[in-house]
Design a protein around this ligand. Structure first.
Ligand SMILES: *[C@@H]1O[C@H](CO)[C@@H](O)[C@H](O)[C@H]1NC(C)=O
Ligand SMILES: *[C@@H]1O[C@H](CO)[C@@H](O)[C@H](O)[C@H]1NC(C)=O
Ligand SMILES: *[C@@H]1O[C@H](CO)[C@@H](O)[C@H](O)[C@H]1NC(C)=O
Ligand SMILES: *[C@@H]1O[C@H](CO)[C@@H](O)[C@H](O)[C@H]1NC(C)=O
Ligand SMILES: *[C@@H]1O[C@H](CO)[C@@H](O)[C@H](O)[C@H]1NC(C)=O
Ligand SMILES: *[C@@H]1O[C@H](CO)[C@@H](O)[C@H](O)[C@H]1NC(C)=O
Ligand SMILES: *[C@@H]1O[C@H](CO)[C@@H](O)[C@H](O)[C@H]1NC(C)=O
Length: 539
């Protein structure tokens, strides 16, 4: 009897494991709102990303953290980064800290549900000791880099030491914890794409796959260079863009778009696409100016990466799956990057109510079909107690307190991507891509244009609001009537301000002080055959 029960149990587990959807999570780095053509600009055509979005669900109010480490923390923990001390400045190479080890990560949870878990690309959640690295945090394998960025060709990163002129420089490219020298000098976006394709091709179809592709694209490369496979090709293709740096950026975006197409093609060829969930998102806004500027654009949103204005935190996002019953639509309900943890856990057959204590909200039902009401009423955008800034959204109200670096990056900085001389938007290319990739054989041009129009952000930007001063104290915005944060309406709504401030105080009381530390000079790659190794394993 016991034996029979056991067999049945094993059988049930096996059947349900093999029918669980494959989850492909593609994250772009520093990609701006206005840098994909699905959001309304004709400047950089992204037919593959658009095809995915228009034949799936476009997320019109998807929020992220304003920089890499906090955003990736939120994505993989389902927690606001203030819970783990990860809310501050992104991890520097050689900085002796990491995402606390007692927090379970999404890949660990998916492994419990029978998934094979793979990371290709960027980690950026700590590597001072091996136990902080991906393969000891729930990933069966990692191929990529551990720090915030690398050169697209040399796969190296440099780090300045605080208060010193000294610079550390070394190779940061790994297959699990072995240096991956053999891939040297190949363009990173292509290397990661090929690895993702190889993983898909070789995958044992009997087990569900969680593949997290965390691209280097479209972060600036080493020495803030905009590195592309061929500069000449970039100049020719995007000759109509006047800013020469943005021409190169556009080519990086194009290569990213090709990657998305190639990954989907591999899923189709491996007969996995019809049981896949593909999520595409950017970790934060584009970095139009400043350190590691990539000339990305968040237009018409105000601000860039690092800021809590929409340009920094209102991210590009879309999801596609044949499991979604109501596709080819725009979802306008609030969604936060922490929501993917319970949402994907649910999609993978887990019971999200067992994941107590998360800040993320399960949005799976909402993605399957429009539920009308929002699953989420509010969200903390972040509290950075070193910058003294914070922001919080309740429904259509947004409170921003303090500013980032005196507000220099809180203006309207990005390229509008609108010019009559640009090529017209090719909805037919998108329709053809959707069909070629096997995403949707019935998408038509009219639907593409209708949804694209729904995604357009309509702002009344008067000249006199463009230089809006920073919110050194605080600002209240009504995002419903003013999505571009041009009018501070705090004075007219003191009760709303009070309520939102009370919520910020509530979150502030729970804040774990940020763990940021100066770069540890023991990490110097010169000590480790010129690699950025975990340097404290034997200390
Ligand atoms: C760098 O200098 C600042 C200001 O002088 C000081 O507060 C900080 O502790 C220094 N950092 C290190 C790592 O010495
Ligand atoms: C997906 O397609 C493959 C090959 O055509 C087929 O064997 C499989 O049953 C399909 N899966 C789903 C969930 O439709
Ligand atoms: C939607 O929200 C309103 C107001 O909060 C509530 O009265 C209503 O019951 C909700 N409807 C659903 C379907 O949840
Ligand atoms: C933040 O506030 C503290 C205390 O008021 C102050 O010491 C610090 O200089 C402020 N930091 C910034 C970046 O404004
Ligand atoms: C933006 O404006 C266009 C043109 O007036 C309109 O069709 C579209 O619905 C508007 N979008 C939103 C989200 O309000
Ligand atoms: C490394 O940093 C420590 C302080 O953090 C300092 O005492 C030491 O002199 C530094 N070593 C070198 C070689 O710079
Ligand atoms: C040291 O680095 C070089 C590449 O610069 C590599 O060829 C060599 O195998 C490495 N040595 C060890 C012991 O890992």
């Amino acid at each position: 009897m016991m034996w029979f029960l056991l067999c049945t149990l094993v059988l049930i587990t096996m059947v349900s494991a093999s029918s669980k959807p494959h989850i492909i999570l593609i994250v772009a780095d520093d990609l701006g709102w206005n840098d994909v053509s699905m959001n309304g600009a004709n400047q950089i055509p992204t037919p593959n990303i658009d095809a995915l979005a228009f034949s799936g669900v476009l997320l019109r109010r998807h929020y992220v953290l304003p920089t890499c480490t906090p955003s990736r923390t939120a994505l993989l923990t389902g927690l606001y980064p203030i819970r783990t001390g990860m809310q501050g400045y992104p991890l520097k190479a050689g900085e002796p800290r990491g995402l606390p080890l007692d927090v379970p990560l999404l890949p660990q949870r998916l492994k419990e549900l029978g998934y094979t878990t793979r990371l290709v690309g960027k980690w950026h959640l700590g590597c001072m000791k091996s136990k902080y690295t991906p393969t000891q945090r729930g990933f069966d394998s990692h191929f990529g880099y551990l720090n915030g960025y690398i050169g697209y060709f040399d796969h190296c990163v440099e780090q300045k030491l605080e208060n010193r002129t000294q610079v550390f420089y070394g190779h940061d490219f790994w297959r699990d914890l072995e240096p991956a020298w053999e891939e040297d000098c190949k363009y990173a976006t292509s290397v990661f794409t090929e690895e993702a394709q190889r993983i898909i091709r070789d995958h044992d179809k009997a087990t569900p796959l969680f593949l997290y592709v965390a691209h280097l694209a479209v972060h600036a490369g080493i020495y803030n260079r905009m590195e592309v496979p061929s500069e000449e090709q970039a100049r020719n293709r995007f000759s109509y863009i006047t800013d020469p740096q943005r021409q190169l950026y556009a080519e990086m975006v194009k290569t990213l778009d090709d990657s998305v197409g190639d990954i989907i093609t591999s899923l189709k060829e491996s007969a996995m696409l019809n049981n896949s969930i593909i999520v595409f998102l950017s970790d934060n806004g584009g970095m139009t100016e400043g350190l590691h500027a990539n000339k990305g654009s968040n237009w018409p949103y105000r601000g860039i990466k690092f800021t809590l204005f929409e340009g920094g935190v209102h991210g590009v996002a879309a999801v596609w799956s044949p499991l979604l019953k109501d596709r080819r639509r725009v979802m306008s309900q609030l969604m936060h990057i922490t929501d993917w943890f319970p949402t994907l856990y649910h999609a993978a057959g887990g019971d999200p109510t067992m994941l107590w204590g998360l800040d993320g909200v399960d949005q799976w039902e909402q993605l399957l079909a429009d539920k009308g009401n929002s699953s989420r009423q509010e969200m903390l955008l972040n509290i950075d107690e070193h910058q003294n800034n914070s922001a919080y959204i309740y429904d259509h109200w947004k409170l921003v307190q303090g500013s980032y670096e005196g507000g220099e990056f809180e203006k309207f900085l990005g390229d509008s991507g609108r010019d009559d001389s640009y090529p017209t938007y090719s909805a037919i290319n998108v329709v053809q891509a959707a069909s070629r990739l096997g995403l949707d054989y019935e998408l038509n041009e009219a639907t593409v244009l209708r949804l694209r129009n729904e995604m357009a952000v309509n702002c009344t930007m008067r000249e006199d609001t463009l230089g809006t001063p920073p919110c050194a104290d605080y600002c209240l915005f009504d995002l419903r009537t003013d999505p571009c944060e041009t009018r501070n309406v705090a004075d007219n709504n003191p009760d709303v301000v009070q309520m939102l401030q009370a919520r910020l105080r509530y979150f502030n009381e729970q804040l774990v002080p940020q763990l940021n530390k100066p770069v540890d000079n023991r990490s110097d790659p010169a000590n480790f055959n010129n690699t950025w190794m975990p340097w404290l394993d034997n200390v």
